[in-house]
Design a binder for this molecule. Structure first.
Ligand code: NAP
Length: 467
C-alpha cells in the first residue's frame, strides 16, 4: 500500500507482475511487448504446461520446414530477457488454480492456444484409421502428449490416405506423408517417427476440399511446395479448375486465389508416374461418412456445387474414395481453462481489444492473445501484432491506474514447488536443448526431439538435482 492507502502504481522497486499462460509464439510476443517498453516496469512469468517453450513453433510448424522453425532463435531472445522467467511443466488449472495464480500476480495474459481438433460429425469418424491432424502433427513433432500407439497403429500398412480439408495443416500432413525417408532424414523428428515413416509406403494421398479451389485456405508457397517433392506427383482434375466467368473474375481479383489457381493449372496435365506417390488435390467433395468395420476402408464423398457467395451444397452425387487412413484437418478449437469463460461457438475467450470479458464486462487484470483470442488463423507472425494489441490494452490500464501492484504474496515458483509441482526454468530448458542437440549429433543431424515427457525431465535431472 502507498502512504495514502491506495495500492501503488508499478515502479522500479515494485514492478507490475504479469503471468503469461502459454509459452508459444503469442505468449512470447506478449512477453516481448511487455519488456520492450519503458513506460511501466514489468516482470513476466511465462508459464507453459510443457517442459519446453515455443508452442506451435516446436509442435506445429512442420519439421521439414527448418527455416520457419528457426524463428525459435528470435523468440529465444525474449526468454533470455532478465525480466522474463520461463516456468515450464506447470499446468494452470491442475498444478495451481487460476484464482491462486491470480493472487500471485497483478495481471494474467492467457495465450494457451487452441489445442482441440474440430470434428466432422459424420458416421465412422471414430473408427481405427481415422485420425485428427492434431494427433498426427503431435506425433511427428514429438509432442509429449502424442498417443504414439494410436497413431502408429493407424499408420501400419497404410497405402491410401484421404486428408479432409484444404488448409495449410492439410498440406503439411499430406507433404510429410508423401516425403521420402531421405527427405526427412535431416529433420528433428524423433527417431522412432522417422523409422515408422520410412516403413510406410503411401501410394495414394487425396487432399479433399468441400468447396472449390478458389475457396481453399492454403497459401501459394505451401501449395507450390507440393510440386517439389522427390517422391510424389501432384494430380489435379482439370474439371475442378473450370470456373464460370463470374467465379473466374472473382478469383482473378484475389492475388492468393489467382496464384493458387495458376499453380493448380500447372499440374492439370500430370499423370501418375510409376514408383511415385499420387498426391491428388480434389475439390467439390464433402465427406458424408467413413466406411469400414474394424478400421477405415474408405470415405463416402458427395459432390458439391458452390454458389457465387462461396457456399457449398450437396448435389446428391456420391462416390467412394478408398482409404485405409483418413486424417481430418478441419481446424482447431480452444479448450476452456477451469475458471475462464470460453465462447462455445467459436472456442475463443470473449474479449475487447484483448481485455477478457466476464458477463460482458472487462475483467480487471485479465487479458488474452493468440489463437485463444482470435481463433486458429494466421501465420506465426500474426501473433506479434495480436499480442501487441493486448499488451497495449494492459499498459493503458496500468497508466490509467486500473492495474496496480498488489501486496507481497511470495514467489510463484516457490509456491508451485510447495504445491508439489516441478517447474522447469530457463536453465533446465537449456539442459533439454543441449540434450536434443547432443542426441541429434549421434545421428549426424542438428537436433533430435526428445519425445517423452520423462526423457525431457531426465535431461533436466542429468544437469541439475533440482527436480
Ligand atoms: P484452415 O485454414 O481454417 O483450414 C480448415 C479446412 O477445413 C478448410 O479447408 C475448411 O473448408 C475445411 N473444413 C472445415 N470444416 C469442414 C467439414 N466439416 N468438412 C470438410 N472440410 C471442412 O485451418 P488449418 O489448416 O487448420 O490452419 C490453421 C491456421 O494455421 C491457418 O491460419 C493456417 O494458414 C496456419 N498454418 C500455416 C502454416 C504455414 O504458414 N506454413 C502451416 C500450418 C498452418 P471451408 O473453407 O469450406 O470451411
Amino acid at each position: 500500500m502507498s502512504d495514502d492507502g491506495a495500492p501503488p502504481s508499478p515502479s522500479g522497486d515494485h514492478p507490475l507482475r504479469v503471468a503469461v499462460v502459454g509459452a508459444g509464439p503469442a505468449g512470447i510476443y506478449a512477453a516481448e511487448a511487455l519488456t520492450r517498453q519503458d513506460t511501466v516496469p514489468v516482470v513476466v512469468d511465462l508459464i507453459d504446461r510443457l517442459p519446453t517453450p515455443f508452442g506451435l513453433v516446436r509442435h506445429g510448424i512442420a519439421p521439414d520446414h527448418p527455416k520457419m522453425r528457426a524463428i525459435r532463435d528470435t523468440l529465444h531472445r525474449t526468454l533470455d530477457h532478465p525480466n522474463v522467467r520461463f516456468v515450464g511443466n506447470v499446468e494452470v488449472g491442475a498444478d495451481i488454480a487460476l484464482q491462486d495464480l491470480r493472487r500471485h500476480v497483478d495481471a494474467v495474459i492467457y495465450t494457451y492456444g487452441a489445442a482441440l481438433d474440430r470434428h466432422l460429425g459424420i458416421d465412422g469418424e471414430d473408427l481405427p484409421g481415422s485420425l485428427a491432424a492434431t494427433e498426427l502433427v503431435a506425433w511427428y513433432t514429438g509432442h509429449p502428449d502424442a498417443d504414439r500407439a494410436r497413431v502408429e497403429a493407424a499408420l501400419a500398412a497404410v497405402r491410401s490416405v484421404v486428408v479432409v480439408g484444404v488448409g495449410n495443416v492439410a498440406l503439411d500432413v499430406a507433404r510429410v506423408l508423401a516425403r521420402t525417408a531421405e527427405e526427412l532424414e535431416q529433420t528433428d523428428m524423433p527417431q522412432h517417427v522417422l523409422d515408422v515413416l520410412a516403413a510406410t509406403t503411401v501410394e495414394e494421398i487425396t487432399v479433399l476440399g468441400r468447396r472449390g479451389p478458389a475457396q481453399a485456405t492454403f497459401t501459394t508457397q505451401e501449395l507450390r511446395e507440393l510440386g517439389e517433392l522427390d517422391g510424389a506427383t501432384v494430380l489435379v482434375d482439370p474439371a475442378d479448375l473450370e470456373l464460370d466467368p463470374g467465379a473466374e473474375e472473382r478469383a482473378a481479383a484475389d492475388r492468393t486465389v489467382a496464384r493458387n489457381l495458376a499453380a493448380l493449372r500447372g499440374w492439370a496435365d500430370h499423370t501418375p508416374q510409376p514408383g511415385m506417390t499420387n498426391l491428388r488435390l480434389r475439390f467439390f467433395g464433402r465427406p458424408v461418412r467413413l466406411l469400414g468395420e474394424d478400421r477405415v476402408t474408405g470415405v463416402e464423398v458427395e459432390r458439391t456445387a458452390v454458389d457465387g457467395d462461396g457456399r457449398a451444397t450437396g448435389t446428391g452425387d456420391v462416390e467412394v474414395l478408398p482409404a485405409d487412413l483418413v486424417v481430418r484437418s478441419v481446424g482447431y478449437r480452444g479448450i476452456p481453462l477451469p475458471g475462464l469463460p470460453v465462447d462455445e461457438r467459436t472456442g475463443t475467450v470473449p474479449h475487447d481489444d484483448g481485455r477478457v470479458l466476464r458477463d460482458g464486462r472487462a475483467s480487471p487484470g485479465e487479458y488474452v492473445a493468440g489463437w485463444i483470442k482470435r481463433g486458429p488463423s494466421g501465420v506465426i507472425g500474426t501473433n506479434k501484432h495480436d499480442a501487441r494489441e493486448t499488451v497495449g490494452s494492459l499498459l493503458g490500464d496500468a497508466a490509467d491506474g486500473r492495474l496496480t501492484v498488489g501486496g507481497p504474496v511470495g514467489d510463484l515458483v516457490e509456491e508451485l514447488v510447495a504445491r508439489g509441482a516441478q517447474p522447469v526454468l530457463i536453465d533446465d530448458w537449456r539442459a533439454i536443448d543441449a540434450a536434443e542437440i547432443a542426441l541429434g549429433a549421434t545421428y549426424g543431424r542438428p537436433r533430435t526431439t526428445l519425445h517423452e515427457r520423462e526423457s525431457l525431465l531426465a535431461a533436466v535431472r542429468a544437469a541439475t538435482a533440482r527436480i
